[in-house]
Each structure stands twice: as structure tokens, then as C-alpha cells.
Design a protein around this ligand. Structure first.
Ligand SMILES: O=C(O)C(=O)[C@H](O)CO
Ligand SMILES: [Mg+2]
Length: 251
């Protein structure tokens, strides 16, 4: 049975960030994700997670500008030096928070040079952080036009090519549905590489278990594959966070 983490960038946004931890625990989550925690002192985040007995499950490597901008740049030729110094900063943060996974964002790029750049940067990062699970997440081109990792097949190909135990797939079910349509088939092809799962409904990226995605079937396939990792709830609540949590109570 999977364990659930609340993505605090999306959920409980009715509250200031540090109060979202206790709300997540009260709602029944065992872990949390934050996309870009860099503006908050790690000490305060650690204290908030400890007070609520929550595990830090996931954070992302920084965007080019700490406060925002395009998502990552691991595949951008010419930015290798910056990638390394930013990765080190993200790693220090991730180690302090004891996160389970650090999502390495590829950024906007295309072509063979970008693929080569991503491979070299990831080889370096895997060797630099042998104890940290690093993840790659394909993004759909409607939400993230031009993002280099735009298919699960490409992400798995890169993971296979690097072939290091600390590099795996971040299987976002919403992204899989938007990109490939057939979520269960996509899961069956890529379960072997998956380190982390995220969920949301489609269309609209709201609560899971409503809409086009067959979540009951997906979770049966996840159990059949023997996945024992975390599942992050990364969606925009239709109304309030609390009002949309029925799916968690019946999971
Ligand atoms: O958009 C998503 O699905 C993600 O998980 C990214 O980390 C957003 O930055
Ligand atoms: Mg995601």
C-alpha cells in the first residue's frame, strides 16, 4: 500500500506555508512535498515537519531565478557550470530536510545537444549525490511548452542510459494522461524505473478519482507492480482543500 504526501505548494494554500504541515497531518497525510522551498529557512521547515511527524518527500532543483522563471535547466547547453552550483545548493537543502527525492528539472531545450547536456549533467549529479534519489518528470506540452522531457519513453531511455540506482522516474499520473492518454499502459511500461508517483484528476488538474483517469485501476496496477514508495497529491482543489479530501479517506 502506497503512502500519501500532500504537495504543500498546491494544497492547504488557505494557510501560510508553515501552518500547512499541521493541516496535512490532521487530514491524514504522512509526508509533504514543496516544489521550491528555497525562500524559507530550512530550519523552520524542519521544525514544522518534525512537529507534525511528517516526512519531507520531494522538492525540485531551483528554477534559473530562485523566485520563478522556467523550470530548471539541466538540459540547456552552455549552462553546465550554473547547473552544478545550483545543484549543490539544492542538495544541501535536500540533505538538511532529509527529503526522499530531489526532482532534477530539465528546462526548455531541444535536439541532440540538449540530450547530451542532460546526460552529462545527470551523470555528474548521480555521482555527486549517491545517497539521494534523483527523479526526472516528463511534462506535457500544454502546461509546459518547450520542456525538454516531454515523454515518459524519453525519460526512461535517459534513466536506462545512465543506469544508476539513484536516478528514477517521477510518474505523475496527470502528466502521463496528458501526454500518452493510456495511464495504465504507460505505468506498465515504466513502473520498473519509478521512484515516486504524483496524482491529480483530469481535466483541470483537480482532485484525483474524478474525471477521465481510472484511479481505481491505476492503484491496482501499482499494487500489482509491488510499488512501495510515496504518492504525492499535486492538484489544485476545486474549492477548499478540506472539502476535496474524500479520495484520501477512501484510499
Ligand atoms: O508540474 C508538475 O507536475 C511537477 O511535478 C513539477 O515539479 C512542477 O514544477
Ligand atoms: Mg508533477
Amino acid at each position: 500500500m502506497a503512502r500519501f504526501a500532500a504537495n504543500l505548494t498546491y494544497l492547504f494554500t488557505e494557510l501560510p506555508m508553515l501552518q500547512r504541515f499541521a493541516a496535512a497531518r490532521r487530514a491524514g497525510f504522512d509526508g509533504v512535498e514543496i516544489l521550491f522551498p528555497y525562500d524559507l529557512p530550512a530550519k523552520e521547515l524542519i521544525a514544522a515537519a518534525q512537529e507534525s511527524s511528517l516526512r519531507f518527500v520531494l522538492m525540485n532543483t531551483p528554477p534559473p531565478n530562485w523566485a520563478g522563471g522556467p523550470r530548471g535547466f539541466a538540459a540547456e547547453p552552455g549552462n553546465e557550470t550554473r547547473f552544478r552550483s545550483d545543484f549543490d545548493r539544492a542538495l544541501r537543502y535536500a540533505e538538511a530536510l532529509q527529503v526522499a527525492h530531489l526532482h532534477v528539472m530539465a528546462g526548455k531545450a531541444e535536439g541532440p545537444k540538449a540530450r547530451e547536456t542532460l546526460l552529462r549533467n545527470l551523470e555528474w549529479a548521480c555521482a555527486r549525490a549517491p545517497e539521494m534519489s534523483l527523479t526526472l518528470e516528463p511534462m506535457n506540452s500544454s502546461d509546459m511548452p518547450g520542456y525538454f522531457l516531454d515523454s515518459f519513453d524519453l525519460a526512461s531511455e535517459i534513466i536506462d542510459e545512465i543506469d544508476q540506482p539513484n536516478l528514477g522516474l517521477q510518474f505523475d499520473v496527470y502528466q502521463a494522461h496528458m501526454i500518452h492518454g493510456d495511464v495504465i499502459h504507460t505505468w506498465e511500461r515504466h513502473a520498473r524505473n519509478t521512484h515516486h508517483i504524483q496524482i491529480a484528476g483530469c481535466p483541470g488538474r483537480h482532485e484525483p478519482r474524478a474525471g477521465e483517469i481510472n484511479y481505481a485501476g491505476f492503484f491496482r496496477a501499482v499494487d500489482a507492480a509491488g510499488f512501495r514508495g510515496w504518492v504525492g497529491a499535486e492538484y489544485t482543489p476545486r474549492t477548499s482543500t478540506e472539502a476535496g479530501l474524500r479520495w484520501l479517506r477512501s484510499a
